[in-house]
Write a protein that binds this ligand. Structure first.
Ligand code: FAD
Length: 371
């Protein structure tokens, strides 16, 4: 792309900060840079027409970890690390709500219920056994008795007769979140350019030279918020993990309200008005889902449909309205990576399946790191 003198002067000269990626992390980072340095020139580069990773594709759970996930995490992380993860998710949701407001987000605190399939009765019993210990662990965040046992009041089939619920969890409207965050960021004077892929960068004496698929320019600092696509610029710090989702057409007299986790969090569903949004199934074939390619597989989609038919909406007719996928960034540890990679180059990546909960905090921390 040939740049005129004017284009270069207005967009690409004296850039102080360049953020790569306009998901929740990149946008929040840009916002905090601009709030801290109103005079700074902050540029966000996004390869998609829209933000095109996970932030506009997700299920919109404002969640902190179901009881079985926390138990699972305790196998590989210390108690302090697990508490820190849950606390960051909780504060991340608070920060997001503070930034955009509950009305815009359509935040609803309907509680997060974990369901256990009958064949997972042993896991359910283990969770009940651990309930007191985990409630004690998370009590500094939520107070007493966070996880409670509730009867199967929504009439799901093929599950044990109670859920284990965290009443503090809720849901948001994902599209509203990103579109309003984008508007807010742009209103502060940050420039967001779409359909620009950052291909590489080079250290130069006063900053970083940024090489895109369309043009090159210099920036004081570079902040990488590309999560599931991070390997392109960062090597193997983060692995991509595709997550597939479907949503039904509106269902007459839908009685299900809230957010639900199933099978240690590998499946999740919620109501969106009188529709059901249902996602998951990555554990059916981890290898196939370790990809940055969007798309669906019949293995996952068939399992989603059969669980929908047999467990979630037994005896209730429904039609699928649409299906999509998003790309998450995962690794062996759950903690996001927020660090300086080299002088003037920083990253905030590996958000896992809780990036809505934790994305605002990671974006803010990334901005603080680069100040
Ligand atoms: C189906 C699904 C359901 C989910 N459900 C939930 C949920 O209910 N609750 C929850 O908390 N989390 C959920 N998540 C996880 C959450 O959405 C992510 O963790 C979070 O959105 C990550 O945000 P991010 O800004 O780090 O990454 P992204 O939103 O992926 O943003 C990265 C951006 O970088 C851009 N990019 C990548 N490479 C380049 C490049 N070289 N040049 C320019 N731009 C580039 C991408 O196009 C993308 O827009 C879900 C994820 C998926 C996929």
């Amino acid at each position: 792309m040939e740049l005129s003198y004017w284009e270069h002067k207005s967009w690409f000269s004296d850039v102080d900060y360049t953020v790569v990626g306009s998901g929740i992390v990149g946008l929040t980072c840009a916002l905090h840079l601009k709030l801290r340095y109103p005079e700074a020139k902050v540029l966000v580069l996004e390869k998609g027409v829209l933000p095109q990773g996970a932030s506009t594709k997700n299920a919109g759970f404002a969640c902190f970890g179901s009881i079985s996930e926390i138990m699972d995490d305790l196998q590989n992380h210390s108690e302090d690390e697990v508490l820190d993860l849950v606390e960051r998710r909780y504060h991340g949701v608070l920060l997001l709500r503070e930034t955009l407001g509950d009305k815009v987000l359509e935040f609803q605190k309907g509680g997060g219920h974990e369901l256990f399939l009958e064949e997972d009765k042993e896991l359910y019993d283990q969770c009940l056994e651990a309930q007191q210990k985990i409630n004690k662990l998370v009590s500094p965040i939520f107070g007493k008795n966070t996880f409670v046992k509730l009867p199967n009041s929504f009439g799901f089939k093929g599950i044990v007769d109670h859920y284990i619920t965290n009443p503090h969890e809720g849901s948001i409207d994902t599209g509203n979140m990103v579109s309003s965050l984008l508007r807010k960021v742009q209103s502060t004077g940050v420039m967001v350019l779409n359909t620009v892929t950052v291909e590489n960068y080079q250290k130069i004496p006063d900053g970083v030279r940024i090489l895109t698929d369309k043009f090159e320019f210099n920036s004081g600092k570079l902040l990488i918020a590309t999560n599931g696509f991070a390997s392109q610029l960062l090597g193997d710090l983060v692995k991509p993990a595709r997550a597939q989702v479907l949503i039904t057409e509106p269902i007459k007299d839908l009685h299900i309200q809230g957010t639900f986790h199933l099978d240690k969090g590998y499946y999740y569903f919620r109501n969106v008005g009188n529709r059901i949004l249902f996602g998951g199934g990555r554990n059916l074939d981890f290898e196939a889902e370790e990809t940055t390619e969007f798309g669906q597989t019949s293995l996952v989609q068939d399992r989603l449909e059969s669980l929908l038919q047999e467990v979630i909406l037994p005896g209730k007719p429904f039609n699928i309205s649409s299906r999509w996928s998003g790309i998450m960034g995962v690794g062996t540890r759950k903690k996001p990576i927020v660090k300086e990679l080299s002088e003037g180059v920083y990253c905030g990546v590996r958000l896992g399946g809780m990036g809505i909960a934790i994305g605002s905090i990671v974006g803010k921390e990334l901005a603080q790191l680069a100040q």
